[in-house]
Design a protein around this ligand. Structure first.
Ligand SMILES: Nc1nc2c(ncn2[C@@H]2O[C@H](COP(=O)(O)OP(=O)(O)O)[C@@H](O)[C@H]2O)c(=O)[nH]1
Ligand SMILES: [Mg+2]
Length: 388
């Protein structure tokens, strides 16, 4: 249900959108919250404003800490082919998982909140490595906790998320749903089965343009234009993927939603009753969220994590070669859908500029050594010889 805001609340929101500093944003949001009427229609919006305010205050606090030189750093420089961030409640087995999958040696203990800062390790999969990051636990009972903001900040920056839940819990499925909701409330979607809206305000005077392959559910394009106008957005490109409601559009005005490829790791498969719970969760998970039951005690299932991360990460490996030589054994890591010319650009801009043709061996080649142009799309395992 759209919020139908009074003019004053809308102008405060506009002030928030135009604010430049964190302090200005905080002030504008506080003013907004005191001017917005409290009824069902504004519930989502007030919820969003409260959360955003909590995040901004945390941001301000972090800046102060930084200025005084103290406090843990909640950011891990990426390395390897993709960064995987473990997210889960206390004692779900995140640190044990990191220790089992990588060379890292995080502290494992039966006491909650043992892990205080993000800890990376490298997971080998065939000829690539993924960076796996152990994190402090999220607190499901206190969605606004500063720890959650920090962990979700890491999650937002990740390439792949691994939601970690222990099968020793009485209702692991419920915990998993709460994790997914917590992420969704902060604009991180773990499946593409829900719609995605992206609103880009433009400086042009071309009005509102709806693009993308999505579907409007229960409203028309005119409704959308009217809603945006209520928020003083008259020129914008609205990108829509999947099934989208007018509420999704309204939420997108304030939050930037992202989709994160996600796997679910169910730990402690060795405890009694674990298998039944794992099967039930597996059968109900969205098709784009693989569920992997494991035990770090017996090692069962651990070997399935590498391949699942690889598939979710959306990367492919391409091996370059020089004429009459063997291919380089170290893969070039590129996103799925990369063309020959884009790969050449990655290797060296000059190679792309002087590109003539390429020869291809492997999955995308019709026959070994096929001669292709720059627009040819590469596949995982291709060998490519570029002629410039
Ligand atoms: N039975 C069993 N216990 C586990 C497993 N993984 C972790 N644990 C135990 O669960 C507790 C919490 O583990 P930890 O890795 O510190 O969880 P974290 O808080 O999510 O980092 C510890 O007592 C671990 O020994 C597992 O696969 N099986
Ligand atoms: Mg831990």
């Amino acid at each position: 249900m759209p919020a139908n805001l009074p003019a004053e609340a809308k102008s405060k929101l506009a002030k928030y959108s135009e604010a430049r500093t964190v302090e200005e944003k905080i002030r504008a949001l506080e003013e907004f919250l005191s001017s917005v009427p409290k009824h069902k229609g504004t519930e989502n919006l007030r919820e969003w404003a409260r959360r955003r305010l909590a995040e901004l205050r945390e941001e301000l606090e972090a800046k102060r800490r930084k200025r005084s030189g103290g406090g843990p750093r909640f950011f891990v420089e990426k390395s390897g082919a993709a960064q995987v961030v473990l997210v889960g409640p206390p004692n779900s087995g995140k640190s044990s998982l990191l220790a089992a999958l990588t060379n890292a040696k995080p502290e494992v203990s039966p006491y909650p909140f043992t892990t205080q800062k993000p800890t990376p390790g490298m997971l080998k999969y065939e000829d690539v490595e993924f960076q796996v990051i152990d994190t402090p636990p999220v607190v499901l009972d206190k969605p606004d906790s500063p720890v959650n903001s920090r962990v979700l900040g890491l999650a937002r920056n990740a390439d792949v998320l691994a939601l970690v839940v222990g099968l020793d819990e009485e209702r692991p499925a419920a915990t998993l749903n709460r994790l997914a909701s917590l992420l969704a409330e902060r604009g991180i979607l773990i499946t593409k089965s829900r719609g995605l809206v992206r609103i880009q305000k433009t400086r042009s005077s071309n009005g509102v343009k709806v693009v993308g392959s999505g579907r409007l559910v229960g409203f028309t394009e005119e409704d959308l234009v009217r809603l945006l106008a209520e928020y003083r957005i008259y020129n914008a490109i609205v990108e829509i993927e999947g099934p989208v409601t007018l509420d999704d559009v309204e939420a997108a005005i304030f939050t930037s939603r992202v989709y994160k490829p996600t796997i679910v790791v169910l730990t402690k498969l060795d405890v009694p009753g674990a298998r039944e719970k794992a099967e039930a969760i597996k059968s109900r998970a969205p098709s784009d969220v693989p569920v992997i039951p494991v035990s770090t005690k017996t090692g069962e299932g651990l070997q399935l994590i590498g391949p699942a991360v690889f598939k979710s990460s959306g990367i492919i490996r391409v091996y370059t070669k020089q004429p009459n030589k063997k291919p380089d054994p170290r893969p070039l890591i590129v996103p799925k859908g990369t063309t020959v010319l884009e790969a050449a650009e990655r290797i060296h801009p000059r190679l792309a500029k002087n590109f003539k043709y390429a020869k291809i061996w492997g999955p995308s080649a019709k026959y070994p050594g096929q001669r292709v142009g720059g627009s040819h799309t590469l596949e995982d395992g291709d060998i490519i010889e570029i002629h410039a």
